[in-house]
Ligand binder design. Sequence first.
Ligand code: CUA
Length: 341
Amino acid sequence: MLELFRELFALPPGASSFADGIDWLHLFVIGTTLLGVSVITFLALVFIVRYRQRPGDHSTPVVRVSGGREAALVLGTLALFLLWWVIGYRQYLTMRVRPEGADAVYVTAKQWMWKFSHGQGQIENNVLTVAVGRPVELIMISRDVIHSFYVPAMRVKQDVLPGRYVSVWFRPVKAGTYPIYCAEYCGILHSGMLGEVRVLSGTEYRHWQEDATRARPLAELGREAAVKHACFSCHTVDGQRHIGPTWSKLYGSEVALSNGQHVVADAAYLTESMMDPAAQVVLGYAPVMPTYLGSLDASETGAIVEYIRSLQDAPATPSVRLPEVQVVPPTSASSTIPGAP
Ligand code: CUA
């Protein structure tokens, strides 16, 4: 019945313990209002025919309803609304009160990604791994603007605010992967602020916990370092030019420089570009990149190079079109680092 309802109204699958209750209430409200609309429409049509103006009769028919019937109608409708409210309020309470023993996951939202830090130390970007049957509490904060954590399959939606922790919890009941959306407009890549909840069975989850404590691929650490140092504010990984050149297929390619020379973008060139960006500026770009000397440590620099190397055969299909970037012609004045005295 519920499955048919979800199919009929294109509702997301129900993957948390909340889903059935919410969908039953939804079905109840929609069913009752649909029935009400049908009855009222039918009666209106009957009355239009029955009380139509007949030839020669110019009097206005007066309908008198007994006080008792009127009270029953008003109180009956009110009782129905109150019933919905009571059911909804009880569900709301369940959703707001975290159960004992829920796994805590700290969520950081920022333009434009979700970062999940598990209590056991695992860190995930845009993927939240949880286990079937284990309640999980998300303690969330934003690093910049207001975002909204939305997982339709879990029937969970919560605004995530800068400077204030908010929390939600849910208990997954079905293994699978379910999309996470951002449901609050938060800037140009808002619609790309996607992720997924990965619900594993008990044994798979234990394996994941064991694996996650082992070493992680360097490229992945590099991606994280790039996120941390806001490299993606200027560089894309999908082939589009932005304030700086794209990282897609950059490694090993031949790069034309503004001084007319050509270099191969190898590890040495990439490292120099991070530490001394003004030394070799790519043709067609303004020399606006600040130096990362001193702010990127050696392991982060290596990891970022490794990450760029991993993008050699990344599909260069842009998911989002970026706005045109005004390219400032290089002059002696603009070759200084912005913000420097
Ligand atoms: Cu984050 Cu929209």
